[in-house]
Design a protein around this ligand. Structure first.
Ligand code: CUA
Length: 281
């Protein structure tokens, strides 16, 4: 822009000085109407430039865009909900919030929505991809450096759109596989037992699972390893016992508008549930 500005400015200054009225004559200067050569030039040249940019853009799009034809099985399925994320791995492991991936490999991710339009976005790793209800979209995801990358929803999707965060945890292949195997091995028997029945009886299990390898209901996020998570409710609060207690006491106060109904529980029942949830590491 600076170059164009300077070229135009130089032309204007030159013309003002070179063709200024010198006071000798009051007659109009010579009038020129049209120049076929110039007009062809300034029509053809921009057409060539735009065509060149079009070709370069299409080539870049083909390189960057994942194939949208669902021929290849995806490495990861990401499902957006109001207002949380869920990732499903080919081996059946389902995780909310923390999405683990292996580094230095281009992963094909299928993005879906369970309700309204959301948008999957990890600014440091990939471009955005809309999650559209009833539609499967595909995106490449690749992290070359191990680390934790913050992701967020990037399409307004309701009252708590801003609290629909997630994390992508990129690990070298060996530690990623250890993690995935470990998740896959966890069964309902490995999960602490005492208030587990109570967890079911009170209806929590209608929406939530506590085991990573268990089909989720789609109504509420899996609570597997809940105690190891850094935040609650898509990032709205830190994962402290007090904040977790608020979810058990008044979910609508914890995150207004979310789908979790109030469950009538006594103080003792809430304490027992809190202890149970804090044991899910
Ligand atoms: Cu989901 Cu915004």
């Amino acid at each position: 822009m600076a170059v164009v500005f300077l070229v135009v400015l130089a032309g204007v200054v030159y013309s003002v000085v070179r063709f200024r009225s010198r006071g000798q004559t009051t007659a109009e200067p010579r009038q020129i109407f049209g120049s076929p050569k110039l007009e062809v030039l300034w029509t053809v040249l921009p057409v060539l430039i735009v065509t060149g940019l079009f070709i370069v853009t299409v080539r870049a799009m083909v390189l960057i865009d994942a194939p949208q034809d669902a021929v290849h099985p995806p490495d990861l399925v990401v499902i957006a909900h109001q207002w949380w994320w869920e990732a499903r791995y080919p081996n059946g492991v389902v995780v909310p919030w923390d999405i683990h991936i292996r580094t230095s490999r281009r992963l094909l991710v299928r993005v879906e929505s369970a309700d309204v339009i959301h948008d999957f976005w990890v600014p440091q790793l990939a471009r955005k991809m809309d999650a559209v209800p009833g539609r499967q979209s595909f995106i490449w995801l690749q992290a070359d450096t191990p680390g934790i990358y913050t992701g967020t929803c990037s399409e307004f999707c309701g009252a708590q759109h801003s609290w629909m965060r997630f994390r992508v945890i990129a690990q070298p292949q060996a530690s990623f596989e250890t993690w995935l195997d470990n998740e896959a091995r966890t069964t309902i028997d490995d999960v602490p037992a005492p208030p587990e029945r109570f967890f079911r009886e009170k209806g929590c299990a209608t929406c939530h699972t506590v085991v990573a390898r268990q089909p989720s209901s789609g109504k509420g996020p899996s609570l597997a390893h809940l105690a190891s998570r850094e935040t609650l409710g898509g990032g709205i609060s830190r994962n402290t016992p007090d904040n977790l207690m608020l979810w058990l006491t008044d979910p609508q106060l914890a995150k207004p508008g979310n789908r979790m109904p109030n469950t009538p529980l006594t103080v003792e029942e809430r304490r027992a549930l809190l202890m149970y949830l804090e044991s899910l590491r």
